[in-house]
Design a protein around this ligand. Structure first.
Ligand SMILES: *Cc1c(COP(=O)(O)O)cnc(C)c1O
Length: 285
């Protein structure tokens, strides 16, 4: 099942200011189903194939890495994919990428989208998709939540620990829904902790979400001060940091997820230079 996917690898980087740490290159796993998105999809797809289902319905925004990853994975595993997209119909390169991988898109209002986990809303949605001819009556579908973040995703994310060297003390990871850090927290070595960098403003709801996904909050320090204005927002300082990091290490990072995570890690290293840290390059380019 994983022949088109590469193994993640650990690299050691040293910046011009002397900061040195490990980077787990999960972004190298696949060009589109990259980073934590494959970790989260792996067991979901295994279950779908095992159960002889053939269609994935899932949710995301018009710039969603998750939707693009599901579209590409659907193509690889010959599954039909339907993306429910938040907001009015738009076209952008990400949307085009989803369509190029065969994903069928259905746009819903932001109000409707807010109820996406609601059972009745999902039933209405399925009826609408059938009426529209996007879904057919004999499609054997599963609904995967936004970000792919369900219990099978957490199981996949646990495996990130297999690629983390034993000597690492602190693991920095960007947090959207929290499924990735929930998974990592379940199988850490006893001396290791997670620094979970919230990329959304007001991410205080994250603790509840991580606990609900079975994460071990006693191993996780949530960092709320590195959102740089909110989800997908940036500042000149963050943009410059990302450019400088990439030019010094040849590792591409971006301001939505990994830039915020790596920025937090570098600031931490200035205070605690003796710490042995690893940043997860969760993908996202
Ligand atoms: C989706 C994504 C995340 C967030 O993962 P969660 O499991 O939702 O917390 C982090 N980094 C990148 C690059 C992503 O695409």
């Amino acid at each position: 099942m994983e022949t088109v996917f590469r193994q993640a690898e650990v690299q050691r980087v040293r910046l011009n200011n002397g900061a040195a740490f490990f980077v787990l290159r999960d972004d190298l796993i696949h060009p589109v189903v990259s980073g934590n998105k494959w970790r989260k999809l792996k067991y979901n797809i295994e279950a779908i194939l095992w159960n002889r289902q053939d269609t994935i319905i899932t949710f995301g925004g018009a710039f969603s890495n998750h939707l693009a990853a599901v579209a590409a994975a659907g193509k690889i595993f010959q599954l039909k994919t339907i993306g429910i997209v938040r907001g009015e119909e738009v076209v952008n390169p990400r949307i085009e990428l989803m369509r190029a991988h065969g994903m069928l898109l259905h746009f819903i209002s932001r109000e409707e989208y807010r109820n996406k986990t609601d059972q009745q809303m999902q039933e209405r949605l399925v009826t609408e998709l059938i009426k529209k001819g996007v879904l057919s009556n004999d499609d054997r579908f599963v609904i995967i939540p936004e970000g792919g973040s369900n219990s099978l995703a957490v199981k996949g994310a646990e495996e990130i620990n297999d690629d983390i060297p034993e000597e690492v003390d602190e693991i920095f990871c960007a947090v959207g829904t929290g499924a990735t850090v929930a998974g990592i927290s379940r199988r850490l070595r006893s001396h290791q902790r997670i620094k979970a960098v919230a990329v959304l403003k007001g991410g205080q709801f994250l603790e509840k979400g991580i606990a609900k996904l079975g994460g071990d909050l006693s191993k996780i320090d949530l960092l709320y001060d590195f959102h740089f204005g909110g989800y997908a927002k940036s500042t000149p300082e963050l943009d410059v940091f990302c450019q400088r990091f990439t030019s010094e290490t040849s590792i591409p990072i971006e301001p939505v997820y990994t830039g915020k995570c790596f920025f937090a890690a570098c600031q931490y290293l200035e205070k605690f230079p003796q710490k042995n840290i690893l940043c997860i390059h969760s993908g996202g380019l």
